[in-house]
Design a protein around this ligand. Structure first.
Ligand code: AMP
Ligand code: MG
Length: 453
């Protein structure tokens, strides 16, 4: 709840006359949201640019934050700067088992005595006497006076003395990470808005953060619509299907850093939709599935209009997902606007449009600096179908093998599918192959962009 209200406050910046009067700030870089354009279809690039402009207009300034134990921080977004509490490494550290030495001295290949020994966990020792080396273990502090560590494999011993095996020579700094080489005490290491993964969590641990300030997860209202839908645990009657979008979108939302707030499914009636929307606009982001096509019972857009929504676009030249709607709708309390997506009901359309447009908005609402669809390159293992007509950017469910032989790109193959409702095909896929607007087919061996799930 804390986070939700935080997001709500921030979103109020988009209100025409929001309490903080920052509406203009957001509006400045944002294409005007004119109602008259609602019938025009945007290209994929235009729609992505519009969402990008919206995302850039968001600020994390008013977002709610909370403190979480490091063990629960994976997948969260930093709400504080992570700083080095001491030099990193905190002492000159050996990266090898061997002998600390003066590089110049040992490179003369004369016998030097072993003056002492330090193992990892021991305090720095020394100084290193002249004409001597100091036995040292990986991770141990290098004694004062030494500037390199020679590996144990690179010396020959004679009793208590040893020398570097010729013709090898040593250089100052070899096998030593100097104190503070990675970071200086007080250095800002990670900015606000950094998503926390294993590497960032390890850094936090090494800097002494047992808990970190993270942004509250945005609460995402998931409203599925359709008279044909029954719950997962119900037996569908004639003409009915189980609601698969609600759990699918909940999974997508959770993976993108949101807190799913699944609403009761709305029927295809004015009354049911109006009632459902009145509650759902209270989320930080609203996802509506179904009811945005041109059918007789596609009542979502008129319902949003009744809620005084403004539409940023109401269709994109993509397949699947053409009827996608994006806009903002006023909250009931009059404070600010909730961004919403009207996602086409077909499951693959819903998933693709969420990944392309919903996830970046959700990420930004959660304070992330790195939100956005994730694309990669892959090589097509088999040509795509020949019959598609150009004019739409297509996102074809596909399966990529992400462990290609050395020097090769991941190989990707589109899955055979019976349209955007084919969940069996979708479940065999792990990405989408992007077919550019002007392209009707892609040949075997082509380098293609893939949208990662
Ligand atoms: P619509 O966008 O409402 O016209 O729906 C398009 C197709 O998606 C129809 O075949 C619907 O039955 C199907 N559909 C809509 N919502 C869902 C849902 N929540 N789960 C599974 N399929 C759905
Ligand atoms: Mg429907």
């Amino acid at each position: 709840m804390k986070g939700a209200s935080g997001c709500r406050e921030r979103l109020s910046h988009f209100a025409p006359s929001g309490p903080r009067g920052r509406g203009r700030l957001a509006g400045a870089g944002f294409p005007s949201t004119i109602h008259s354009m609602s019938s025009a279809l945007l290209t994929y690039d235009e729609a992505a640019a519009r969402v990008g402009a919206y995302v850039r207009g968001l600020s994390s300034a008013g977002l709610g934050a909370e403190r979480v134990e490091l063990g629960h921080a994976a997948g969260r977004v930093l709400a504080q700067v992570l700083a080095a509490d001491q030099d990193q490494p905190p002492f000159g550290r050996s990266t090898r088992d061997g002998f600390a030495c003066r590089a110049e001295e040992i490179s003369r290949h004369e016998l030097l005595r072993v003056a002492g020994a330090t193992q990892a966990g021991e305090a720095p020792a020394g100084p290193l006497p002249l004409n001597a080396v100091w036995e040292i273990m990986t991770g141990a502090p290098v004694p004062a006076g030494a500037d390199a560590v020679v590996m144990i494999e690179h010396v020959e011993r004679e009793g208590e003395r040893l020398r570097l095996l010729p013709p090898r020579t040593m250089h100052g700094g070899d096998n030593v990470v100097a104190r503070g080489a990675q970071a200086r005490q007080g250095d800002a290491l990670l900015p606000v808005g950094t998503p926390l993964g294993p590497a960032q969590i390890a850094l936090a641990a090494t800097c002494g953060y047992s808990a970190v300030e993270v942004f509250a997860r945005p609460r995402v209202a998931i409203l599925t619509t359709g008279d044909e839908l029954v719950a997962v645990d119900a037996e569908p009657g004639p003409g009915q299907i189980r609601n698969s979008n609600a759990p699918m979108l909940a999974a997508l939302v959770a993976a993108a850093g949101g807190e799913p707030w699944v609403q009761q499914t709305a029927a295809d009636t004015v009354e049911s939709l109006d009632a459902a929307l009145r509650q759902a606009v209270e989320g930080d982001l609203l996802l509506i599935s179904g009811g945005v096509s041109a059918g007789k019972f596609d009542l979502v857009e008129p319902a949003l209009e009744r809620m005084r929504a403004r539409f940023h676009f109401t269709g994109v030249r993509i397949q699947p997902g053409k009827p996608l709607v994006f806009g903002e709708v006023p909250r009931r309390d009059g404070r600010g606007l909730t961004p919403f997506f009207g996602l086409p009901g077909n499951p693959i359309s819903s998933a693709a449009t969420f990944l392309l447009f919903g996830a970046p908005v959700l990420g930004a609402l959660g304070g992330s600096r790195e939100a956005g669809p994730r694309f990669a390159l892959a090589q097509l293992a088999k040509e795509t179908d020949k019959h598609a007509k150009p004019g739409l950017t297509r996102f074809l469910p596909a399966r990529a093998k992400f462990n290609p032989p050395e020097g090769q790109l991941p190989q990707v193959e589109t899955v055979h599918w019976h349209g955007s409702g084919d969940l069996a095909a979708f479940a065999r896929s792990n990405c989408f192959v992007v077919v550019p607007e002007e392209t009707s087919r892609l040949d075997e061996g082509a380098i293609v962009r893939i949208l990662l799930m």
